[in-house]
Design a protein around this ligand. Sequence first.
Ligand code: FAD
Length: 308
Amino acid sequence: MSNADEYDVAVVGGGLAALSTGLFAAGFGLRTVVVTEIVMGGELINLEEVVHFPGMSDPISGSELAGRVEAQALAAGAEFVFDDVTEITKDGTGFAVRGLETDIRSRTVVAAMGAGRRRLGLDAEGDLEGRGISYCGTCDGPLFKEKSVAVVGDHDFAAREALVVSRYASSVTLITRRAEPDLSDATRSAIDESDRIRVLSHAKVETLTASGGTLGAVQIRDLETDGVLGLDVAGLFVNAGLEPRSSLLRGLVDLDPDGFVRVDVGMRTSLTGLLAVGELRSDFVGYAVAAAGDGAAAAGSARRLIRS
Ligand SMILES: Cc1cc2nc3c(=O)[nH]c(=O)nc-3n(C[C@H](O)[C@H](O)[C@H](O)COP(=O)(O)OP(=O)(O)OC[C@H]3O[C@@H](n4cnc5c(N)ncnc54)[C@H](O)[C@@H]3O)c2cc1C
């Protein structure tokens, strides 16, 4: 798609932060386009159930939530383009957003590319990705029916991933670096009640061992005693932090030492007209509701900028 017409707001990304930005910006009467690769919904489409969302007392799947916001954004007048954005540059008073088939001009850009799962950084991790190592329990859990697996991560979401995977695997070891992982009461009770999950706290995976080309075992360091434990596992689900997808913005805006985009309370970056929302930005609290709130804040800032 080549579009020489100028948009008011070009949103790059298709997760909840992007969709919410599109919804609010279009609702404010701004000419808005949302550009995302392949499919709308981002991380949400992998979530069987979204919890911690205010007002949502009945269970809702991530894809249902994303679909609803997508429909609302469309109804508000946002346009959607499916493309992989490869370049964001300053262009006169606005910006150029280019993708494999897209060339868009916009007065403001809202970066909403999210973050991928951080790798553990262990030898052979790349080789074993898709061969035992997974970064998505909902997607890959069914591949491990009646097998022993481990899940790595301190956050409530990692523990909930262990619960999802335990529906398929015969045993799940949840390995947390912290002595006390950060679990909600509901998650803690579900983990305690499961006869397939055991928690190994204050420990970290140090070595991956392949067997016949797939993951066969991991070595775990006990951070309290410094002892080492070997564990035979066919799968390792990694949920140990985020890696921001900020490479397109490197050199354009200030990033924090981990590569997340620095923003102010209005989601404004160090470059006027370029905003950043959701998991891509620094100090993001990690919940879907925060991604939606960021979208509203960014749309408000874009409107103020355009009308000033
Ligand atoms: C296992 C797990 C469970 C979770 N459970 C919950 C929960 O129960 N409740 C809750 O509130 N939160 C939960 N979260 C957090 C929540 O899912 C995220 O905070 C939220 O979805 C982040 O949205 P986002 O839009 O910032 O990023 P993402 O959803 O990651 O969206 C980024 C989008 O940008 C697109 N993109 C990236 N680069 C480009 C490019 N160059 N060109 C075009 N498009 C691009 C991607 O394809 C993707 O669509 C969970 C997270 C995880 C990992």
